[in-house]
Design a protein around this ligand. Structure first.
Ligand code: BZD
Length: 812
């Protein structure tokens, strides 16, 4: 069935002339302006619509193919999506780049001008949000019927400004000028309840009536998610909170009480107002819990609605539906589906539970105990009274199961309970997520292993088969093809075609070219040209990048100690044969995370001091561009020589920046943490700068009674670096950072300092041999094919989702 048939629409043309016609017609009819008066923004909006129209056609064919085959669907539930800028990606995926360049030229603009107006929707914090974006891309590329559900925050992750005073946060009104890429769908609105009370239903033990005290509307809009090199176009559906009509108080307004008149409406719409910028610490705020339930309630109703379009009854629901929970943020979906099935659709509890458990799967993204979400029972009870009752019942039945397996083991029951009883009673979302799903996965080999051995060990003992690993991956289209066009062209030439963009393992064929001097020379000059484009330092210097969220476990402070050590060494021997380095930091800290913000401020201060030092500045430059986001990452990654992945082993679940950098030929200096281990195994130990304790040694170091002062006292260079920090020349912030390292050093920075410095010396030895370095760089790219998100999605599809592709027919 062609959904366009019968609409009387003509086909959108494929020639330059036709594209231009469509652009002009959109400019005139949809933008309401003319060629003579079109501004750059008019041209941008119009071009976006013209490209979107082409994808919309493919979307219609995709929907038709999916409808006809009634497949098993993947629903990806995520509170965050860091989609990145849309124009360039959609030009690439629709194959209209050349047509577009020509057409906008006729309007007097260049494509680059217009790309500058394409603001990225910053609807996420970091790796977790970007992973969601890479996975939906690969789902479409692999022709898997899927919908990503999320929240359309009015304000995304804050805009960051870096000065010598550190980080300043400004609101990110990303859709201020509108967003040409989305389709609002007001007809698919859902009503979401909060608060209120429950009432028993006579004659039923498990069913209840929930009478909410507040109703908020969820209005969806969707963005198109095209596959690369295929016809499929899936969608990401994002929910905005809207006040119901009844919440505007006309009588108050008429009485001049303007603020009071809209109070309730404002409160309702606040739910999707702003993304919480905390990427790691659990934050017990009612509004965040409201956001989570808002996402879950709207999405589940939409999923049920879609199921009902094609199916009757509930027998096939779990067969046709798999819902992936991106961390615990959407875990209330488990009791919510139980509530829908039991209370609203009147299924027996046991049957509802069987369906629910079979429907969900859970991905965990952390190992930090403080990042495992818990909610005060009190807050839950007030906001979601019915869900709490359901959780209690789930917990009771679950603990019965544990008791049957381990009779009399009360401590185990206490440890495993979904309700934590230490101090204030709290709902442990990770426990709920493990109990209510069929599969649980970590995001890199080590992470999945540590989950089984530590944080979730009791659960892994009870249900060993439930636990799996799916190593993360990244989009090769966005992070090589779009971000690094020069390198892409060289690879395409070297491999004799663009097939590698859909089958990244083919990069391995580059191995044969690693010894080819002219290929290596071109490789090297591309890296240099990318550095020139980035414009943040001498293109002949070693470009050393640490780009990621600021967190103590990631250890930007260790990198800073290295900077100060280099500074001391150069000052002590100004005539030395120093290797010029540009050290680039970029990343945001949670606004309330003072220790991380101190580190940012200290880096900015140290950078200025080095800049002002005529002895050191010829060799060492520290730069800290503001507002790290996907767009900036796409500029930095292609220019990097050295990739800093120096977290304390056992703390970084996976990392994905490490993969993007390796794919672009940066060489990693890193610990045996997260996916670094898998990167090293693939690119080869000789093409990776390893240092530091492994996860077991790190844990043991803590157990044995770690004393950071020991390292301070026994390492003169480390002592000098810390003394400089604490000396007062960097103000209070230097004091505080040095004080925290010497006092407790939660992430064992000082213990890994010497190993890190030695690894950096090895880096310099390699850099002095350009041919060796270039070979290492090429081999990093050649052996990183495994880290394609296409492979990640194939793994999920085979082992967790058990879904098959549904191909969409070409037009004609
Ligand atoms: O998820 C990150 C991990 O730290 C990385 O190691 C991993 O590679 C990626 C993808 O799996 N986690 C996050 O980014 N977490 C958050 O952003 C987050 C956001 C809100 C609340 C808690 C965590």
């Amino acid at each position: 069935m062609d959904l366009r048939q019968g609409t009387g629409l003509r086909k959108l043309g494929k020639t330059a002339d036709e594209f231009q016609q469509d652009l002009l017609s959109n400019l005139f009819y949809r933008r309401g302006t003319t060629v003579e008066s079109a501004s750059a923004r008019d041209a941008y909006e119009t071009l976006s619509l013209t490209v979107r129209d082409r994808l919309a056609e493919r979307r219609a064919r995709t929907a038709a193919a999916h409808y006809a085959s009634n497949p098993r669907w993947v629903y990806y539930l995520s509170a965050e999506y860091l989609l990145g800028a849309q124009l360039e990606q959609n030009l690439l995926y629709s194959g209209t780049g050349d047509l577009a360049a020509e057409a906008v030229k006729a309007l007097g603009f260049s494509l680059e001008d217009l790309e500058d107006l394409d603001v990225e929707p910053g609807l996420g914090n970091g790796g977790l949000g970007r992973l969601a974006a890479c996975l939906v891309d690969s789902l479409a590329t692999r022709d898997i019927p899927a919908v990503g559900y999320g929240i359309r925050y009015d304000l995304g992750i804050f805009r960051q400004i870096i000065t010598e005073n550190g980080q300043t946060e400004l609101p990110d009104d990303w859709a201020f000028h509108g967003n040409p890429w989305e389709f609002p769908a007001p007809d698919d609105r859902q009503a979401v309840g909060f608060y209120g009370h429950t009432e028993p239903i006579p004659g039923s033990e498990t069913r209840k009536i929930w009478v909410p005290g507040e109703i908020v509307l969820g209005e969806p809009s969707h963005m198109l998610v095209p596959g690369y090199g295929t016809e499929t176009v899936n969608i990401v559906r994002l929910w905005s909170a809207k006040a119901s009509e009844a919440s505007f108080d006309l009588s108050r307004f008429s009485a001049g009480q303007y603020a009071e008149a809209v109070q309730e409406a404002v409160r309702a719409e606040n739910i999707s107002k702003v993304l919480y910028p905390d990427d790691s610490t659990e934050l017990g705020r009612e509004l965040r819990l409201k956001q989570q339930y808002f996402l879950v309630s709207c999405s589940l109703r939409d999923i049920v609605r879609r199921f009902r379009l094609r199916n009757e009854g509930w027998d096939t629901f779990a067969e046709k539906t798999v819902i992936q929970l991106n961390d615990t943020h959407p875990t209330i979906a488990i009791p919510e589906l139980m509530r829908l099935l039991v209370d609203e659709y009147e299924l027996e509890w046991d049957r509802a539970w069987e369906i629910t458990r079979k429907t969900f799967a859970y991905t965990c993204h952390t190992l930090l105990p403080e990042a495992l979400e818990t909610w005060p029972v009190r807050m839950f009870e007030k906001l979601l009274p019915r869900h709490l009752e359901i959780i209690y019942l789930i917990n009771m039945l679950f603990l019965r199961e544990v008791e049957a397996r381990f009779p009399g083991d009360h401590d185990r029951l206490r440890r495993m309970s979904i309700i934590g009883e230490e101090g204030e009673r709290r709902v442990r979302m990770a426990h709920l997520a493990v109990v209510g799903t069929e599969a649980v996965n970590g995001v890199a080999e080590l992470h999945s292993k540590l989950l089984r051995e530590t944080v979730l060990d009791d659960f892994a003992e009870l249900w060993p088969a439930k636990f799996q690993n799916v190593t993360n991956g990244v989009s090769p289209r966005r992070f090589i093809k779009i971000a690094n066009p020069r390198l892409s062209d060289l690879i395409t030439e070297g491999l004799g075609g663009e097939g590698w963009l859909r089958d990244l393992d083919r990069l391995a064929e580059l191995e044969h070219l690693a010894g080819d001097a002219s290929f290596a020379e071109r490789w090297q000059s591309i890296k240099r040209a990318n550095k020139v484009d980035l414009g943040l330092g001498d293109p002949d210097s070693l470009t050393d990048v640490m780009i990621k969220r600021f967190h103590e476990y990631k250890r930007q402070q260790l990198k800073l100690l290295h900077v100060i050590t280099l500074y001391h060494r150069i000052r002590a021997n100004p005539g030395g044969d120093w290797i010029p380095r540009t050290i680039l930091f970029a990343g945001k800290a949670a606004p309330a995370y003072h220790a991380a913000k101190d580190i940012i401020r200290l880096i900015a201060t140290v950078a200025a001091r080095i800049e002002a030092d005529p002895v050191v500045s010829p060799y060492l430059k520290v730069v800290f561009p503001s507002n790290y986001n996907v767009t900036l990452a796409e500029r930095i990654i292609p220019a990097a020589d050295l990739s800093e992945q120096i977290s304390l082993a056992g703390k970084e679940a996976s990392g994905t920046g490490n993969m993007k950098l390796a794919l672009n030929g940066a060489i990693t200096i890193g610990t045996l943490d997260g996916a670094n281990i898998e990167i090293r195994a693939r690119v080869g130990a000789e093409n990776f700068f390893l240092f530091g304790m492994d996860a077991y040694q790190a844990a043991q170091t803590r157990i044995n009674g770690y004393d950071p002062r020991h390292f301070y006292e026994h390492d003169a260079e480390l002592r000098a670096a810390l003394d400089t920090l604490a000396s007062g020349i960097f103000g209070d912030v230097g004091h505080r950072v040095a004080g925290s390292l010497l006092g407790w050093d939660e992430y064992l920075t000082l213990a890994d300092y010497r190993g890190y410095i030695e690894a950096q010396e090895e880096v310099e030895r390699a850099w002095r041999e350009p041919a060796r370095w270039t070979r290492m760089s090429i081999l990093n790219t050649a052996h990183s094919g495994f880290f394609s998100a296409d492979r990640t999605v194939a793994d999920y599809a085979a082992r967790i989702w058990r879904v098959a592709p549904v191909p969409v027919q070409h037009e004609d």
